[in-house]
Design a protein around this ligand. Structure first.
Ligand code: SF4
Length: 694
């Protein structure tokens, strides 16, 4: 896998896969990368790495990578290679036509969490200033938007509270809806080290993930809840803490809104939230819930880590707030070893949110309706900006199906494969008159596109990524861009063709603009990053070295806010036709929908998605291990091979979503988080039957 030889050059950069954000040295001979070596200086990884960052970079030079711009008038026409100028002029004339015909709000764009902070900032600037609307959204819509909503409401900022190193001081770890040994492996190793040293672990997950029992580690409690019942479980933990007098009232009085606490405490103390009542909803034994709650509240530093098993639910935002309530009630916030921390999926999903990718917020999470903020941007950008929040991705698609939304510029996002209810997505795309895709490959979404801008990989650009612990790290150009332009260059040239000029000599100047407009980034510059190696925001006059732990003396919003978190069951119900619940996750060697990892050597470890099914459910259906099975839901059906295992409980099936062939999002539902529209990927009622049809 690794070519040997003395590298002519070694360039320090950052992994472009998960939200751990490991530092690597890219070793090159000429313009060819020969290997990626984890960097000891990397504060997120301390010289460690996983099989994705280390080995899965071959996609950059994959044979099917597109390096020439292409256009076509209709999606049934063949693609035609054109010059960059022709592509920009065609795309710009189409977008201008659409706005002239259908109105200013008929077009929009989606930023990419695979691109740098600087490129994302440019993209939302183009949309707000160039398109003249706020129709910008990000893939965080389908993953961690509830984190943004929930943590901002309770603590005042849309980000995790701790640095990764903080886990080394945790005494009790409550891990909810996350599987770090597969999805965030380098953080997973750090966590394992702490657990081997004696920290106690509570796992709340429908599936028996590795950390429940692995050599030298055994979780104190595994709470195998029924998919979709996170809030009922968390309310039951809170019930025990409040009714047994385990809440740290002195802390709450000093640091939080006391009246809100009292309302919340009365709510969770109700019988409906008792562990016994919760058992009927979650399936988790009440005695385990009681003991887990006591351990979290009294076991020393309590740290919560969570993943998409929390956010991708119809009550995703409620679940995030329920975790924040627990941390505040027990005083587990604002110090080393405690906190509430999302394990972010993509390398720069934190950054893409920070940079103003949401339709209602400028960079730094400031609402577009705030006059003072808007005037600051207007002054620097030389345009009048809309004070109206724009459309979210699902709303863009709804409007497209309704014939009112006509043009979409998508940077590095494959919504036809990664978003829920594929039929609705493709119907929306089909109804648009100009879809622009900027990507490395002709992905599924490109089937509905009229313009293809060939994008650039992380090895071909300068910029920064921000990981799940708010750490801003440099991405450095290792090889020239195969298409001749970086993603940032493309956005700038497209903006110019539309008549909106953005002029920068180097991405460092974009960061300077971000710093000038974003208080939490005020102290960030490339010179500062070179000096410190990396820095965690907020980085400004008050915190020139950055902020590893947030909310130490006060919450960002002032006092912490408790929120009443009533459990409302999902509308996705099992029944005679669809008696099982499907939930999904990742595997170590693959990444998301597999665009990159499937074009790398990692395929030798995992070349197809399998359906995990409990022996009872398999036997009932006459399914043997390895059989091809049809997985049917109310939205559609797919086929994949069965893997019979007790990792899943009876009544629950599980699969990964890395390979286009299985296309699991075809069968997910339309339900989404009430606050953010984040899709409910993690709960789908299904039936499983043997089949012989792929
Ligand atoms: Fe890359 Fe994440 Fe693996 Fe680190 S843990 S090497 S960031 S995929």
């Amino acid at each position: 896998v690794i070519e040997t030889g003395t590298p002519a050059k070694s360039t320090l950069t950052t992994c472009a896969y998960c939200g751990v954000g490991c530092s690597f040295r890219a070793e090159t001979q000429g313009d060819k990368v020969v290997r990626m070596v984890p960097a000891k200086s990397g504060k997120a990884n301390d010289g460690h790495s996983c099989v994705k960052g280390r080995f899965a970079w071959g996609y950059v030079t994959a044979k099917d990578r597109i390096t020439k711009p292409m256009i076509r008038a209709k999606i049934t026409d063949p693609w035609r290679e054109v010059s960059w100028d022709e592509a920009f002029n065609y795309a710009a004339s189409e977008f201008k036509r659409l706005q002239a015909t259908y109105g200013r709000d008929s077009i929009g764009g989606i930023t990419s969490s695979r691109c740098t902070n600087e490129e994302t900032f440019l993209m939302q600037k183009l949309i707000r200033a160039g398109f003249g609307n706020n129709n910008v959204d990000t893939c965080a819509r389908v993953c961690h938007s509830p984190t943004g909503y929930g943590l901002k409401t309770t603590f005042g900022t849309s980000a995790g509270t701790q640095d990764f190193r903080s886990v080394e001081k945790a005494d009790v770890v409550l891990l909810i809806g996350a599987n770090p040994t597969d999805a965030h492996p380098v953080f997973g190793s750090r966590l394992k080290k702490r657990l081997r040293a004696g920290a106690r672990l509570i796992v709340a997950d429908p599936r028996r993930i590795d950390l429940v029992r692995t050599p030298h580690i055994e979780a104190a409690y595994h709470l195998p809840l029924k998919p979709g019942t996170n809030v009922a479980l968390l309310n039951a933990l809170a019930h025990v803490i409040v009714t047994e007098g385990l809440a740290k009232e002195d802390y709450v009085r000093e640091r939080c809104e006391w009246q809100d606490f009292e309302i919340w405490a009365r709510f969770v103390a109700q019988d409906i939230n008792s562990p016994e009542a919760s058992e009927k909803m979650t399936g988790v034994p009440a005695s385990d819930v009681r003991e887990a709650a006591r351990l979290y509240a009294t076991g020393g530093n309590g740290a919560i880590y969570y993943g998409l098993g929390v956010t991708e639910h119809s009550q995703g935002s409620t679940t995030v707030m329920a975790m924040a309530n627990l941390a505040m009630a027990t005083g587990n916030i604002g110090r080393d070893g405690a906190g509430v921390n999302p394990l972010r999926g993509q390398n720069n999903v934190q950054g893409s949110c920070d940079m103003g990718s949401f339709p209602h917020e400028f960079s730094g999470y400031r609402h577009v309706s705030d006059d003072a903020t808007r005037e600051m941007f207007e002054h620097l950008w030389g345009v009048e900006l809309s004070a109206e929040p724009g459309l979210r991705i699902p709303n863009m698609l709804d409007e497209a199906v309704g014939g009112r939304f006509k043009g979409l510029y998508i940077q590095g996002e494959d919504i036809a494969q990664s978003d829920p209810n594929t039929k609705h997505v493709t119907n929306g795309l089909r109804n648009m008159e100009c879809v622009i895709i900027q990507d490395l490959f002709l992905n599924e979404t490109a089937k509905y596109a009229h313009v293809f801008f060939p994008g650039s990989s992380f090895l071909e650009k300068d910029g920064t990524f921000t990981n799940a612990e708010r750490r801003i790290s440099r991405v450095r150009k290792v090889t020239p861009s195969l298409s001749g332009l970086t993603d940032g260059d493309i956005t700038i040239r497209f903006a110019k063709a539309l008549g909106y000029e953005m002029t920068y000599d180097h991405p460092s100047q974009i960061m300077d603009e971000i710093a000038a407009l974003t208080p939490t980034f005020a102290g960030v510059s490339y010179a500062r990053l070179d000096e410190l190696g990396s820095v965690q925001w907020p980085c400004n006059e008050a915190a020139p070295e950055g902020t590893p732990i947030m909310h130490i003396d006060r919450f960002v919003r002032g006092k912490g806010k408790f929120m009443v978190t009533e459990y409302i069951p999902t509308d996705e119900k099992t029944g005679p036709r669809f008696p099982l619940l499907l939930t999904t996750g990742r595997i170590l060697s693959q990444y998301n929908v597999g665009v990159q990892t499937s074009r790398s050597h990692n395929n030798v470890w995992h070349s197809e998605d399998r359906l995990e099914i409990h022996p009872f459910d398999a036997e009932e259906r006459g399914i043997r291990d390895g059989d091809l099975v049809a997985l049917q839901s109310r939205s559609g059906d797919v086929s994949l091979r069965a893997l019979i295992t007790e990792r899943v409980q009876p009544g629950v099936v599980y699969t990964t979503f890395h390979h286009a062939k299985s296309g699991v999002n075809v069968i997910t539902t339309d339900y989404s988080d009430w606050a953010t529209n984040c899709p409910e990927y993690k709960v789908t009622a299904v039936q499983v039957q043997r089949t012989n049809r792929y």
